[in-house]
Ligand binder design. Structure first.
Ligand SMILES: [Zn+2]
Length: 330
């Protein structure tokens, strides 16, 4: 009898410990406050939370296939944006300028989990966020890619599955601008702002209708996604030897060809064997430079001269002057 009671007890313990259940996804788990701060970077949050979760420079750079032309990055991952914000700030993505209306494509297959259609809700403007499962990317992580500054409302809807390379919408320059940028009244150039967040959980929350915050979400340098292997976290990427800082980028060509053919994550603009139409030139003297190169240079020089005095007293005078000569970017 004692033996039977003991066996029943052991069985009960085994059933309650539920080793199979321990591997399943937690139901309705929500991100903690620190993760919410790290991803939303709200005014009442310290920037330290975001930095702790990977928002710092890694030194990764894209390397496109030989003979292939792609839209490339002009504002890299996590560079300082403090000079154009009213507080310490870093670039939460990479920017790729392109002509107005150029198609932005999904970097990988996935599910649209958020769409921001009000161009003035955030600095990223009209935006789409896609959730990619481990099967979608071949990486053992849940990855979220976001695409900002669309020209108009993208045609994809929340809940919709998209394929790798599927067109999401058109390049634009939508997005709110800070008071500093409004004051100098320079338009933002058309560009894609492309960002990536990753986690091991499939659970996420949408905060204020504008931010997808995954449970234990962490920032990734988007270029890290193209390494095709883990880890992708910023500490590991920063620690890579120089020889591995250049990352081979898989691309979708305008012909439909994918290089390499087995790729599951491609560049979010189509590339081409032909020369690309150049994006609009930099802004000069408060206006887009639609004039000759010589005139542009002249205007740019004037803008720099005219702006110098206004940078006096700035925390970083050199960065301020450079920013004034280049115009705002997000
Ligand atoms: Zn940006």
């Amino acid at each position: 009898m004692r033996c039977a009671t003991f066996l029943i007890g052991v069985l009960l313990i085994l059933l309650l410990s539920d080793p199979a259940g321990a591997q399943s996804e937690p139901a309705n788990e929500s991100p903690d406050e620190e993760t919410i701060c790290a991803i939303t970077r709200s005014r009442d949050c310290s920037i330290d939370a975001a930095v702790k979760r990977g928002l710092f420079e890694t030194g990764l750079r894209p390397r496109f296939p030989t003979g292939i032309n792609c839209r490339t990055i002009d504002e890299h991952w996590a560079i300082s944006y403090t000079h154009k914000r009213s507080r310490e700030s870093y670039h939460g993505g990479i920017d790729m300028p392109a002509p107005w209306g150029e198609a932005i494509v999904a970097a990988a297959a996935g599910t649209v989990v958020a769409k921001v259609t009000d161009p003035d809700r955030t600095q990223r403007g009209i935006e789409v966020i896609i959730q990619h499962s481990p099967d979608d990317t071949g990486l053992p992580l849940w990855i979220y890619t976001s695409y900002g500054h669309f020209r108009s409302e993208p045609q994809v809807e929340v809940g919709q599955r998209v394929a790798m390379g599927e067109v999401l919408g058109e390049t634009g320059n939508s997005g709110s601008r800070g008071e500093r940028q409004k004051r100098v009244n320079r338009p933002r150039r058309p560009a894609l702002h492309f960002a990536a967040i990753f986690t091991e959980s499939s659970q996420y929350t949408i905060v204020r209708g504008t931010h997808v915050v995954p449970v234990d979400g962490r920032w990734a340098d988007p270029v890290a996604l193209y390494r095709g292997l883990t880890p992708i976290d910023s500490h590991s990427m920063k620690g890579l030897p120089t020889s591995q800082k250049e990352v081979d980028i898989a691309v979708l060509l305008d012909s439909g060809e994918v290089i390499p053919p087995e790729a599951k994550i491609v560049w979010p603009y189509k590339c081409s064997r032909n020369a690309l139409v150049p994006p609009p030139e930099r802004y000069c003297n408060g206006r887009r430079c639609s004039v000759s190169r010589q005139q542009s240079t002249s205007q740019s020089t004037k803008a720099r001269r005219g702006g110098r005095g206004r940078c006096r007293g700035a925390a970083d005078v050199r960065a301020c002057r450079e920013a004034r000569s280049r115009g705002p970017r997000l």
